[in-house]
Design a binder for this molecule. Structure first.
Ligand code: ADP
Length: 406
């Protein structure tokens, strides 16, 4: 499967052009047809990384996106089992692998290489990297809105190869469980992202509390909340908690996506809120790059500059954008209504706002904004509203931690 390279770096299959072989150029073209890429990482195995990857991909597809799911978890590919694709064999056409199709979701797993689940493949380093590259660029993905990649746990060569092969990645979703050991492992994953300049979309705390099947109450079996504290300390967003739920395991064992078959459970609701947040973050981050035309941006202000505490701002600056020239056409300063929980998303939406740029905002508020059709960017610094918007329009807006995450 791997391309053979001679000592001058030329492919045995392709002719070099401008330093790239024909095969490498084909791979680049394949990757260019994928709009957004999300990688799912974890510090160690068994925390629910594949469960999150599968349910994230299915939810994004259910929301009307064209989605691919790639499982490169070389040492424990579990996606085939979770989607009832065990025994699927790799098929290629025109020199490319064809992904499996699960109700429109395109799925490719390194598990399709294994003769049966019980067989372990012993990979040598370079073969592993070549296989991963082939599974990304050498697959007929077609046009995709999202490619979700389930990476092997840890910070070894495999996630590094994925990051290097994919080019621009929208971000990483980092999965942890509430226990301290998993959390100390996951810190390494976040540092790894920082070293590779890979944005962290956020941390998910999985197996966080147990929803009792009899009374519906949530019981904290492991200490919950550690993931959120850790995210705050590491200055990365927290995306939410998914409870320990027997139906998640049952769905995985049956090969049926949980969010699809158990949509009324607390866990499925948690997945759906997290997916909305991820979708919103990616859409908002890409608006300034031309995906969407923003007409009115709201910035919470205190003493004329962006207020770090969204809930306590004195006024809002509404900055209007000329859709033709993508420049600021005017700014209005407006006093918000008296504080009332849940009021602002609808109030801003009614006033034509489709993006809020804030210093910090709690997850619940971000979810309410998503539901009201208003995107949110957090982590901006306390500057004049017009200068924040100019940076945003130029694609230079620097965002840090969600400073007021409550
Ligand atoms: P990883 O990819 O991190 O190794 P998996 O996604 O394969 O972990 O999950 C490990 C096991 O835990 C699977 O059997 C899965 O069904 C189960 N699991 C994952 N998340 C939950 C949850 N929130 N509640 C119950 N079981 C879960």
């Amino acid at each position: 499967m791997a391309e053979k390279h001679n000592c001058h770096g030329k492919s045995s299959h392709g002719v070099e052009s401008q330093g790239k072989t024909v095969v490498e150029e084909e791979h680049d073209k394949t990757i260019a047809r994928i709009k957004h890429k999300i990688i799912v990482l974890s510090g160690k195995g068994g925390v629910g990384k594949s469960t999150v990857a599968v349910n994230l991909a299915v939810s994004l597809a259910t929301n009307g996106n064209k989605v691919g799911l790639l499982d490169v978890d070389i040492h424990g590919p579990s996606v085939p089992k979770m989607l009832h694709l065990e025994g699927t064999k790799l098929v290629s056409f025109g020199g490319k692998f064809l992904p499996a199709d699960v109700g429109g979701l395109k799925v490719m797993s390194i598990g399709f290489l294994l003769p049966d689940e019980a067989v372990a493949v012993i990979w040598r380093g370079p073969a592993k990297a070549a296989a991963i590259r082939q599974f990304i660029g050498g697959v007929e993905w077609g046009d995709l809105d999202y490619l979700v990649i389930d990476c092997p746990p840890g910070t070894g060569d495999e996630p590094l190869t994925v990051v290097q092969t994919l080019g621009r990645i929208d971000g990483a979703v980092v999965v942890t469980t509430p226990q301290d050991l998993a959390i100390s492992d996951v810190r390494k994953s976040i540092t790894f992202c920082g070293q590779l300049n890979l944005p962290v979309l956020g941390v998910i705390e999985n197996m966080s509390g147990y929803v009792c099947t009899h009374c519906g109450e949530t019981v904290d079996i492991f200490k919950s909340g550690g993931g959120e504290t850790m995210a705050r300390e590491m200055r990365v967003p927290f995306l939410g908690r998914i409870p320990l739920d027997a139906t998640i395991m049952a769905a995985a064992d049956d090969g049926t996506p949980h969010v699809y078959h158990y949509e009324k459970t607390e866990a499925a609701k948690a997945f759906s809120e997290i997916v909305t947040l991820i979708d919103t973050k990616i859409t908002a981050a890409n608006q300034s790059k031309g995906d969407l035309i923003v007409m009115r941006i709201a910035i919470p202000t205190c003493e004329g500059v962006l207020s770090m505490h969204f809930g306590h701002c004195e006024r809002f600056a509404f900055v209007d954008i000329d859709p033709e020239t993508k420049t600021i056409s005017g700014t209005t300063s407006v006093e918000p209504p008296p504080h009332e929980p849940g009021l602002l998303p609808g109030w801003l939406h009614e006033r034509g706002v489709n993006l809020v740029i804030a210093g910090g905002m709690g997850i619940h508020a971000q979810q309410l904004f998503s539901q009201a059709g208003v995107n949110v960017i957090t982590g901006a610094s306390a500057a004049q509203p017009e200068s924040v918007v100019q940076d945003y329009l130029a694609g230079n807006l620097v965002t840090g931690a969600n400073v007021c995450d409550h």
